[in-house]
Design a binder for this molecule. Structure first.
Ligand code: ACM
Length: 548
């Protein structure tokens, strides 16, 4: 009896010890699995983790087969170099074998991988990146970059994993208004780098507005000699009373040479620049330069205050000639399929009170000012179609009837986008409530001045760009989604950074990641793991979600 008791006690002791050992290993394993997870933004379509890690060898090689992959190979070398890891680029052929832990780049059959997708295999023995296009290779490289920067400096140590990735939307855009405040060329390149890092592919460049014309047009030098400069600028908020001005001349513009350089820079990063030339409203700077384009005899100056200007182009043939000549130079500079023609917030008062405009409408048989706007957009559409380009415009272009091939940017909510998609027009969703990065991102009392609104990161992240009102077929017309940065209250590149980071991370995930893979808590954790990188790049990010 006594011996049975003893052996039972011994059994219990053993069980306890074994359980403790098991618990110890369980905790250790969970730690390892946690340690294995990489933080990628936007989150890829699929990640499968495996045992082990890739550690780089001292004589790391980046190998490529097709000539068009030389540049991407060099790009990886530059990324590694910036991380403090030296490597060499070599070209190989089919008979190439190696027992070294190389990074290999390959293009493969188009049918097997999404045109912008890639497959990235990371094992103890090397890194293998495949895609069916140079764009896919580029996005794979951005993933490699994100993994590399999460390794300690001067080393590469990445958990073994296979990433199979592709984007959800074809239009993954960010916009920047350089009219209200001019942003230097070097910053525009940096902005493009931010987009590329997050696998975005459209930079919507808002180049002209009432407060400044910022693109050199050779045929019309006054557009920049006069139109790119304003006498002074409003200080504080538009709604302040009394309104105050700074008394300082302000301006700047991009030469055509600057623009070619930037377009090339963007192309190398698989980013299409969509230029915006506003018609028929938001044209006060152009009218200040060439008063004959306007509807009044006023002496017009480049606008010094925010809000909507009453100045609008007249409907003379000479004005259409002007716009066509401007667009000729624009399409010569920008190879994008789409040219953004604005179309928003065009006040019609000057059309109503102008005898010339009213006579023109009678001659053309145009019944009202809405229809005149439609006529305007339609003529420009036709002109650009003949040049092989399509127009995209803000959702006001739906009013009075949409031009037959126009795409729509839905900003006043989603109604315009829904209507356009239902009529078989392509749509980019950018509703103010979710996509306007000029809105406040916190309710902190010391939050820097912004236009208004409230758009925290979490709300950006919650946005679903395909409205439930659309059928599956209609949803195909949702090209994608875009974040907008209007700069009335954003004077400097540093403030642009503050307004976009970290909201741009959320935007990229809406654009790229499948909705079933989205998870806000996990997203915040991933954003936090980029903090050291943002600091190393001296990016002026907003810190709210790093402190929550
Ligand atoms: C816009 O925000 N006016 C398009």
């Amino acid at each position: 009896m006594e011996s049975m008791k003893t052996s039972y006690k011994l059994f219990l002791q053993k069980l306890l010890i074994l359980s403790m050992i098991a618990l110890f290993f369980f905790v250790l394993m969970t730690g390892c699995i946690k340690d294995k997870q990489s933080s990628l933004i936007p989150l890829p379509a699929k990640i499968e983790y495996a045992a082990g890690r890739f550690h780089h060898e001292p004589d790391l090689r980046i190998c490529y087969a097709a000539a068009e992959l030389e540049k991407p190979a060099v790009l990886i070398r530059e990324i590694l170099k910036e991380h403090g890891v030296a490597s060499t680029v070599i070209r190989y052929n089919e008979s190439f074998t190696t027992d070294k832990k190389d990074i290999k780049l390959r293009l493969q059959n188009k049918a097997e991988i999404h045109p912008e997708g890639y497959i990235l295999q990371i094992t103890r023995d090397g890194i293998d990146l495949k895609a069916s296009s140079p764009a896919g290779i580029f996005y794979g490289i951005q993933t490699i970059k994100q993994l590399v920067i999460q390794s300690p400096l001067n080393t590469i140590s990445i958990p073994s994993q296979t990433i199979t990735d592709f984007p959800r939307f074809a239009w993954r855009g960010m916009h920047l208004d350089v009219s209200r405040h001019f942003m230097p060329k070097e910053f525009i390149k940096q902005y493009i780098d931010y987009l590329a890092f997050l696998k975005m592919n459209v930079f919507h460049w808002h180049l002209v507005d009432d407060q400044g014309w910022r693109i050199e047009i050779k045929q019309y030098p006054l557009l920049t000699d006069k139109g790119a400069f304003r006498k002074e600028t409003l200080v504080g908020h538009y709604s302040d009373s009394p309104q105050k001005y700074d008394g300082t001349r302000y301006g700047g513009f991009y030469t055509q040479e600057d623009i070619r350089e930037i377009v090339f820079y963007a192309q190398e990063r698989f980013i299409t620049i969509v230029p915006e030339i506003e018609i028929p409203g938001h044209s006060q700077a152009a009218i200040a330069a060439y008063p004959e384009l306007g509807c009044t005899d006023d002496t017009v100056e480049v606008r010094t205050i925010w809000g909507i200007s009453p100045y609008i182009y007249n409907a003379e043939e000479s004005t259409f000639m002007f716009l066509q000549n401007v667009l000729d130079e624009v399409i010569d500079l920008f190879p994008s399929k789409y040219i953004h023609i604005g179309g928003d917030e065009a006040l019609k008062d000057q059309w109503e009170s102008s005898e010339n405009v009213q006579n023109k409408m009678k001659t053309l048989g145009i019944a009202n000012e809405q229809k005149l706007q439609k006529y305007f957009i339609g003529r420009i559409e036709e002109y650009l179609l003949n040049k092989g380009r399509n127009i995209i415009g803000w959702d006001e272009i739906l009013e009075g009837g949409l031009a037959p091939t126009a795409a729509v940017m839905s900003w006043r909510g989603t109604k315009g986008g829904i209507e356009a998609a239902k009529h078989g027009h392509y749509v980019v969703m950018t509703p103010t409530d979710y996509c306007y990065f000029d809105y406040y991102q916190s309710k902190d009392t010391d939050e820097p001045l912004a236009i208004g609104g409230y758009l925290p990161v979490k709300k950006v992240y919650s946005y679903e760009p395909v409205p439930i009102e659309l059928s599956e077929d209609e949803a195909q017309y949702i090209l994608g989604v875009q974040g907008n940065v209007w700069t009335e209250y954003i004077k400097t590149p540093e403030k642009v950074e503050y307004m976009i980071f970290p909201r741009i991370f959320a935007m990229s995930e809406i654009q790229w990641t499948l909705p079933e893979n989205k998870n806000y808590k996990d997203f915040v954790k991933r954003v936090r793991s980029f903090e050291a990188y943002l600091q190393s790049k001296e990016i002026n990010y907003a810190t709210h979600i790093f402190r929550e």
